[in-house]
Design a protein around this ligand. Structure first.
Ligand SMILES: Cc1ncc(COP(=O)(O)O)c(C=O)c1O
Length: 401
């Protein structure tokens, strides 16, 4: 646990108010560089910004691409000045007006994914109407609503002579997250390799690219198995070496890049013993923290206690660490054996860099969104967002009923 605290920028401990997220931009950039170099020259990196849009700007400077999946995410990229050449505009539904605006504004600088024959037809029509060549990745489905099946991909590839203004770069594939088994990832790669070879053999189509999301596992809980990055990526690299596909491989990653680079700070606001159970009530909760795979708070995430007086209390006790929401489900950790807690002590949760800030149920109970701080050695601690009231979002715009 000490180790975890050692890496946290000191300024974060002295924040006046909580709850707050801290995203360590230097740690994130360092991690992206490290993973890039472990994968080079076999594959490049694409950051899936849905994991944490607050890291977009940093990702744009150190990852080759960004996977952008909604008009809102695209607007974030535009505001931050992300080079459009780096953007893969993905998304199961793309609105015609949004596509047209993007094409008119950026002149086809970004890549689009095509996720259905209908979406492909729309991209084709807009490309023709706007006299703008477009580059596409054809998303292959893993058996859900995303992407197309192999027959649909073949239909597009077969007819490619009819749409010279579209460059079919290759295939995009992502089947899910938190994959513990590397052999399952290897099997996916093998099947993609086979399909790419088939397209070349049968339809004379040689894909330039494969864009693949491996969904690497992040150990969130103290009982999770942890494989060092070097070991995991060496094994994964050997799998890439075995592919007969010789085009460019780009790996879309969110969680694996971002998770270790974020923290969440919350304060103990009440402590009580009820029917023999110790409860610490926090000013944060499950509306801000989202650990994939958590079940009824039974698993213990990585966190540390920061006592308000800096001291280390003696005797320990078991605590239920509960959030501020009005639901019995708002428990962050069950049965945590900790030194005596008192009001004002703080808890620092680690591995919060991915998805908590976007996926947690933050509108429930109309509590404020937490503050967001970014840290880098060059800029120090910077408030990226203050606490945002959500009551205005959860009510109609009338002054009285
Ligand atoms: C198309 C696509 N690529 C990449 C990712 C990132 O996945 P992960 O966070 O598991 O790396 C996602 C996540 O939903 C996705 O939908």
């Amino acid at each position: 646990m000490k180790q975890l605290i050692q890496n946290v920028p000191r300024e974060f401990f002295s924040l006046k108010s909580t709850p707050a997220y801290l995203f360590d931009l230097d740690a994130f950039a360092g991690r992206v560089q490290k993973i890039r170099s472990l994968l080079a020259p076999r594959a490049r990196l694409c950051y899936a910004m849905k994991a944490n849009p607050f890291l977009t700007h940093t990702a744009a400077s150190c990852a080759g691409r960004l996977e952008v999946c909604s008009p809102g995410e695209l607007r974030i990229c535009e505001r931050l000045g992300v080079p459009m050449e780096k953007v893969v505009l993905s998304g199961v539904w793309k609105d015609e007006d949004d596509i047209r605006r993007t094409v008119r504004t950026w002149g086809g600088a970004n890549i689009f994914t095509a996720e259905s024959l209908g979406q492909f037809g729309l991209l084709r029509r807009i490309s023709e109407e706007e006299h703008c060549p477009l580059r596409l990745l054809l998303r292959l489905s893993s058996g859900n609503q995303f992407g197309m099946d192999k027959d649909a991909v073949q239909d597009i590839v077969r007819g490619r002579g009819a749409y010279p203004q579209l460059t079919l770069l290759g295939i995009q594939f992502y089947s899910g997250t938190q994959k513990k088994r590397l052999d399952a990832i290897g099997e996916e790669l093998r099947q993609l390799d086979e399909f790419l070879a088939y397209l070349a053999r049968v339809w004379g189509y040689t894909a330039e690219e494969l864009e693949y999301g491996p969904g690497f596992f992040v150990p969130y809980f103290v009982t999770d198995p942890a494989v060092p990055d070097e070991e995991l990526l060496a094994q994964f690299g050997s799998m890439l070496d075995e592919l007969s596909f010789s085009g460019k491989i780009t790996l879309e990653m969110g969680r694996f890049l971002a998770a270790p680079c974020g923290y969440y700070l919350t304060t103990v606001r009440d402590v009580k013993c009820t029917q023999g159970e110790n409860y610490a009530i926090l000013d944060g909760g499950i509306h801000h923290l989202n650990y994939y795979g958590q079940t009824m708070a039974m698993k213990h995430p990585y966190f540390s206690v920061l006592p308000k007086d800096g001291g280390t209390a003696g005797e320990t006790a078991d605590y239920q660490l509960c959030g501020a929401l009005c639901t019995a489900g708002d428990i962050l950790v069950r049965k945590a054996s900790l030194p005596q807690l008192s009001c004002g002590d703080r808890l620092l949760f680690s591995r919060v860099g991915a998805y908590s800030v976007t996926e947690a149920i933050s509108l429930f109970l109309s509590r404020d969104l937490p503050q967001v701080y970014l840290w880098s050695a060059a800029e120090g601690l910077v408030e990226a967002r203050g606490a945002v009231p959500t009551d205005v979002l959860n009510a109609p715009r009338v002054s009285s009923v």
